[in-house]
Design a protein around this ligand. Structure first.
Ligand SMILES: [Zn+2]
Length: 57
């Protein structure tokens, strides 16, 4: 894994903690809907749901 990729993941985890403290954890940053629990179990620091993630790419 490249350093930039590691830094991105660490930023995502940091942002996930911030959302957890703000009470907004698990909400999609793209559409504002709750991220499916199954996705959060696989990727606890996910910023958005699968459709939004694909749109962003
Ligand atoms: Zn979404």
């Amino acid at each position: 894994m490249q350093r930039t990729a590691v830094e991105q993941v660490l930023r995502d985890i940091d942002a996930a903690f911030a959302r957890l403290q703000a009470g907004a954890y698990g909400m999609c940053q793209g559409c504002g809907k709750p991220i499916p629990v199954e996705r959060l179990e696989i990727l606890p620091h996910a910023r958005c749901c699968v459709p939004c993630e694909h749109r962003a790419d």
